[in-house]
Design a protein around this ligand. Sequence first.
Ligand SMILES: CC(C)(COP(=O)(O)OP(=O)(O)OC[C@H]1O[C@@H](n2cnc3c(N)ncnc32)[C@H](O)[C@@H]1OP(=O)(O)O)[C@@H](O)C(=O)NCCC(=O)NCCS
Length: 178
Amino acid sequence: MIGEVEILNMSREDLEEVCFIERRTFPSPWSRGVFENELAKAGGTRTGATIYLVAKIPGRVVGYTGLFQVGDEGHITNLAVDFKYRRKGIGTLLVLSLIESATRRGIKRLTLEVRKPNLVAQEFYRKFGFREVGLRKGYYSDTGEDAVVMWIGDITSEDCLKRLEGLREELREKRRKS
Ligand SMILES: CC(C)(COP(=O)(O)OP(=O)(O)OC[C@H]1O[C@@H](n2cnc3c(N)ncnc32)[C@H](O)[C@@H]1OP(=O)(O)O)[C@@H](O)C(=O)NCCC(=O)NCCS
């Protein structure tokens, strides 16, 4: 299964499937218009530029992620894998690919916010070296939930590169077994 997954830049043609997953995943899903605005800013290496990626198996989108760039910082905005396809390494493949693209664009530090009760995502992000650095009280207006702020200080550090290589090796192992 994971062997069939391809990571590509997100295009407007993907948005119907992306929005379908988005609606099934999040309590306040982004609209198609928000994704279109984000895609319009894709490319470039300056503040405000974005990177959006999709994970595809033959014939369909199964996950996506993205970030926007502020100088040498990348703010991860979104990450989802469709229910049926979780726990197969696709989220890991997406984030590894996002980090690779981010590094090519001169990004060194990464940050994101995650809902405090979303322990699965926090555990997932910790595997990449993200650490909790703070809490934004009542950040999510739809539910009043707090946001946990997570950071990786330097994605080009030896420590981080070693950790990411370890995750790539785990994926290769999953591929061999699938
Ligand atoms: C978070 C998410 C993207 C992970 O995607 P995924 O494709 O299932 O992730 P992977 O298969 O690459 O999992 C990597 C590791 O993360 C951890 N993990 C993932 N899902 C987990 C779960 N349900 N319970 C415990 N650990 C989990 C495990 O350590 C896993 O490694 P393992 O399967 O070898 O044990 C997916 O669960 C999702 O779409 N969740 C809803 C949306 C969301 O929370 N997005 C993040 C908001 S900021």
